[in-house]
Design a binder for this molecule. Structure first.
Ligand code: ADP
Ligand code: MG
Length: 695
């Protein structure tokens, strides 16, 4: 045996088989050291459980096959040349077909090559696969007969250009792994033992070279845990950072709070009361509140925010309320301002379009402390905005803001209390990862006067009947909204669809009715005018693009018709639906299905079956995955290599427990036992550390 020759932090270009050119290609992927390369995990593994023998294929299957090329070449047809290869795995033969890129394939594939191919099986004079995804393997790579487990790495064009495909990657990793002496662990031995994790040394070797499925499973488990652990460590540190700060306690809840309470046109629900007492308790502490208020659309979060702001005002500090859109900010200004006015607490609106003279006055009032409450959009975090004493920051729809924006708002006060609100009922596992640093309050009860919205999915040919239903509702004095989706590729088309619908519908099926139009491109005044006309029932029907999603609160509206409902996320549909049935009368939500796919059927059916926001968000997460879940790119959110927020529930809980315990015992990661972990964390999670300090 030769002595170990590779260091884990070595520069890759000096590793055998790499060299400067390949090192540069790898560097573009953020892979610079041996350790980075070890973390370049296979995208999947081939083994007996993931490969199908050709004889067991069925037309329509999506399958992976491993076999040898018996013959290949270009084949002229009447219309064009195509490239064809015949693959055999000993159990049968499969034709591979490429209609494009024949020249490249001719240079790439040779008779005798061992390939792994994946794709959909068609039947056309025998089984065939068109434009399969393929990877070249070693001649003796045959997981079906040898029981071997073969890693398949993600290959980019950059890697292919320097001929770093499966085999060279595996060769390099093999030589690295043999050259490395034992790879130091990040976790202390007690932690490995307590959570039943295999060592990092084993895990690296097995994820790249497993002899058995058990080894591979253990390796994957270990790395999933590791990724979740570091995210949870971040959460634990953020939480500790907030909780170790001093802030102004806000213990007073006196006359002002009482008069707002007395002025409410409804009794608070038990859930609202419970949440309010949690908030009051937090605000009275000398450490900042860091609380997330979750509650379904229409559960009454606004009034909770009002009480928090009133308490702040009563204690002589200012409140900033930040919302993600101008419409929502205006709506808050309208409703929150209404409550505050009754108790003479001044409140102002600040949005991007606020006129400069007005803005100047407002800024002065804020700086001098004459303005206790300001409500606005991102406009609130501009540099020239200063508060006299910002004591409470309320962030609505907090998942729409990045960590930096949130941090900027907070930095305008001296460790202000934070109340974040969200109507997106985030599934529990995702919640632990996404805002695991916060305390959570849930309004899990709807106001008593509410009846669940009746939801029906309809096909376009049923629309005549639906329009009749809308006319009937309007004749009874109610109002209706018709929503068109945002079409990703062209923002204009949803606008066009809405404009056109307003034009046509108002002249045909809704002739004689007042039909308004609301969309994102309208001038502020036009938007405002349209919104207040609808709010005051001067418009019976409002046609809108998705700008309507948040912010509209018109208790008299009873029907919501959503066009192209299949294009929306379930969570978004749920939010839209929450705009109706806010008053005494029954609400109806009609979803027009224009795209007939199985998944669309499945998803829209869920909307018919339940009005439970949590059930809906779980389904949405399951059907769309976490990336799509919020409908937005998660700025500042960690990208996982191997962890899966949807499937790793139990691992997430264990990793969280481990991370929080560790920080409890060693808040600054100073113990000798934690040195490797600390270095790894500081090195790899630097960009997420923001206001976290470990000294
Ligand atoms: P959301 O949680 O979606 O922000 P809102 O705060 O806008 O919900 O409340 C929705 C509607 O319910 C508003 O018209 C509000 O005045 C009303 N509301 C809030 N709390 C109650 C309650 N306890 N009883 C009756 N109506 C309520
Ligand atoms: Mg709200």
């Amino acid at each position: 045996m030769t002595a170990p020759t590779v260091q884990i932090n070595a520069d890759l270009q000096f590793i055998k088989g790499v060299g400067p050119v390949r090192a540069q290609a790898l560097s573009k992927l953020g892979i610079n050291t041996v350790e980075d390369l070890l973390y370049y995990f296979p995208r999947r593994h081939l083994d007996r459980t993931t490969i199908t023998p050709i004889r067991s294929l069925n037309s329509g299957d999506t399958a992976t096959i491993v076999g040898k090329i018996l013959a290949c070449g270009e084949k002229p047809t009447r219309r064009r040349k195509l490239f064809q290869a015949i693959l055999s795995d000993g159990s049968g033969q499969l034709k591979l077909v490429w209609f494009r890129g024949g020249d490249y394939m001719k240079r790439t594939l040779k008779i005798g090559d061992q390939l792994a191919v994946s794709g959909k099986i068609d039947f056309f004079n025998g089984f065939q696969m068109v434009h399969p995804e393929y990877d070249k393997l070693n001649a003796d790579d045959d997981p079906l007969n040898s029981g071997k487990i073969i890693p398949l790495y993600p290959l980019t064009t950059g890697l292919k250009k320097v001929r770093l495909d499966q085999r060279p990657l595996r060769r390099i990793l093999q030589s690295v792994l043999t050259g490395l002496s034992a790879i130091p662990d990040l976790f202390p031995p007690v932690l490995l033992q307590e959570y039943g994790l295999t060592s990092r040394d084993n895990a690296f070797r097995w994820i790249h070279y497993a002899d058995s499925e058990d080894q591979l499973t253990a390796a994957i488990h270990r790395f999933k845990f590791e990724e979740h652990f570091f995210l949870q460590l971040l959460m634990a540190l953020r939480r500790k950072a907030v909780k170790s700060e001093q802030t102004t306690p806000l213990p007073l809840a006196g006359e002002l709070v009482k008069s707002v309470y007395a002025s409410l046109p409804f009794p608070l629900t038990e859930a609202q009361k419970r949440v309010l007492s949690e908030i009051r308790h937090d605000l009275a502490q000398p450490t900042p509140m860091n609380r997330l208020l979750q509650g379904d659309v229409g559960s009454g979060k606004t009034v909770v925010a009002v009480f928090a702001a009133v308490i702040a005002a009563e204690n002589g500090v200012q409140t900033a309320i930040m919302a993600p859109t101008e419409i929502l900010a205006r709506q808050h200004y309208h409703s929150i301002g209404g409550y505050l006015e009754k108790v003479n607490i001044p409140c102002a609106l600040l949005v991007g379009k606020t006129a400069s003279a007005e803005r100047k006055k407002l800024l002065t009032a804020l700086a001098e402390g004459r303005l206790p409450v300001v409500i606005g959009t991102h406009a609130l975090i501009q540099e020239d905005i200063g508060f006299h004493r910002l004591g409470l920051a309320i962030i609505d729809e907090q998942h729409r803001f990045g960590v930096v924006q949130r941090g900027t708002l907070l930095s305008k006060g001296y460790h202000p209390h934070v109340l974040a609100m969200t109507a997106t009922p985030i599934p529990r596992t995702l919640a632990l990862s996404y805002h695991g640093d916060m305390d959570v309050s849930v309004i899990d009860e709807m106001p008593k006067n509410r009846q669940p919205v009746v939801t029906r999915v309809v096909l376009p040919e049923q629309l005549e009947k639906v329009y009749q239903f809308i006319r009937d509702e309007v004749d009874r004095g109610h109002q209706a909204m018709i929503v068109y989706p945002l079409v990703e590729e062209s923002e204009k088309s949803d606008l066009a669809a809405a404009v056109k619908a307003q034009d046509i519908l108002s002249r045909t099926v809704f002739k004689g009715y007042t039909v308004g139009l609301l969309h994102g491109r309208q001038k502020k005044d036009a938007k405002e005018a349209e919104m207040s006309a609808f709010a005051e029932n001067r418009l019976s029907i409002l046609i809108a693009t998705t700008v309507i999603e948040v912010g509209i609160d018109v208790p008299n509206a009873t029907v919501m018709l959503i066009e192209h409902a299949d294009r929306f996320g379930l969570t978004q549909l749920h939010q839209l639906r929450g705009r109706v049935g806010r008053g005494q009368d029954k609400g109806y939500c009609i979803l027009v299905k224009r795209n007939q796919t199985e998944i669309a059927d499945q998803r829209l059916k869920i909307m018919e079956e339940t009005t439970d926001g949590f059930a809906i968000s779980d389904a949405d997460l399951r059907l769309r995955g976490p990336g799509e879940f919020f409908g937005l790119k998660q700025s500042g959110f960690i990208r996982f290599k191997i962890a899966d927020l949807v499937k790793d529930g139990p691992i997430i809980r264990q990793a969280r427990q481990a991370a929080f315990e560790l920080i409890k015992r060693d808040p600054h990661l100073r113990k000798q036992d934690h040195a490797t972990l600390r270095n790894h964390f500081l090195h790899h999670y630097q960009q997420y550390l923001d206001y976290v300090r470990i000294s």
